[in-house]
Ligand binder design. Structure first.
Ligand code: ADP
Ligand code: MG
Length: 310
């Protein structure tokens, strides 16, 4: 009891005596300490740049990837702030780590600070390095692990594709680009959206194309397409847009979303990649089941990839 009182006393006196300390928030990155290194890539929503964050200017800093919203008008749309909030609450070895944000111009522009994932997108990696089948299956399993976690936190990704998975090293991939992910309130089976513009339609499940119904089960469909991309080593001649275009036949001049829906309704699917193990082909086709409820869950796929890789 006396000890406690002593402590309280010391604390009291400290509050009076201590110099006022500036509040240092480790998740706020100051623009003036960010040294631009090089561009890392650009996607639908933003450009990503590599910076060295070195507040002491003595080379002890860290590399970070900063995603800036493509500037149009200068105001910060709701979706952007949401993307930061989404990443903030997530922590998993197969999910890109959110580190904070960088505000400037009195909050007019927001930039998202992420961990730097040195080997870039899985799309580029798989195309350039042509990993072996066991390596491809390891990546597939890790994507399932990251997605299982994301779903357990009740988030859907909505834009799962090889271009949105990042490579840490030859044995580790991380899911990135949560720009389209939306929080699913408990008890709500799906989330409806209406979005114009060019969406990644070839990765979308049939119900997303028909009714803009995104759900945990539509993420699984997109995973099937991502798995297809990995196994075709992202060969541009076998890309989902290319293949669906080949499959549409001469009846249709151009491949519209309407035509794509018709093809999927006739149960046409991407072909089995060369050298694809039978069990993996089965997984892929289950991911593309017309009825969302017939598709597997990420938790079961983790185990199945584990077994196939044995
Ligand atoms: P968008 O929302 O605009 O599609 P992404 O998050 O997909 O943006 O990023 C676009 C590209 O930038 C990726 O395909 C990848 O090549 C690169 N990139 C994104 N985040 C990182 C990161 N943390 N580390 C390294 N490269 C990254
Ligand atoms: Mg992207």
């Amino acid at each position: 009891r006396t000890v406690l009182r002593e402590l309280t006393k010391i604390e009291d006196s400290e509050i009076i005596l201590a110099d006022p300390m500036p509040i240092m928030d480790p998740t706020v990155y100051h623009k003036r300490y960010l040294k631009e290194m090089r561009g890392l890539g650009a996607g639908h929503f933003g450009t990503v740049t590599l910076y060295l964050y070195d507040p002491f200017n003595d080379g002890t800093g860290e590399f970070v990837a900063v995603k800036a919203l493509k500037q149009d008008g200068g105001h910060v749309p709701d979706g952007w702030v949401k993307e930061i909030e989404t990443l903030k609450s997530l922590s998993h070895s197969n999910i890109v780590k959110y580190k904070g944000c960088c505000t400037e111009l009195g909050g007019q522009m927001v930039q998202l600070v992420m961990e730097y994932v040195p080997m870039g997108s899985l799309h580029k990696y798989v195309y350039e390095c042509k990993p072996s089948m066991p390596k491809c299956l390891l990546f597939a399993q890790q994507i399932c692990q990251g997605m299982e976690y994301l779903h357990s936190e009740r988030y859907i990704h909505r834009d799962l594709a090889a271009r949105n998975v990042l490579v840490e090293n030859d044995n580790l991939v991380k899911i990135g680009d949560f720009g389209l992910s939306k929080y699913i309130p408990e008890g709500e089976a799906y989330y409806r959206v209406r979005e114009d513009g060019d969406s990644p339609v070839y990765w979308y499940a049939i119900e997303c194309l028909k009714e803009a119904k995104f759900s945990f089960n539509s993420d699984i469909w997109s995973f099937g397409v991502t798995l297809y991309e990995i196994l075709t080593r992202c060969d541009p001649r076998e890309s989902p847009p290319c293949k669906f275009n080949d499959m549409k036949g001469p009846d249709h001049l151009s491949l519209t979303v309407m035509v794509l829906i018709q093809m999927l309704e006739r149960r046409m699917r991407l072909p089995c990649p060369r050298d694809c193990p039978h069990e993996v082909k089965i997984i892929m086709n289950q991911c593309w089941a017309t009825n969302p409820l017939d598709r597997p869950q990420f938790s079961s796929l983790v185990q199945r990839f584990e077994d196939i890789r044995k």
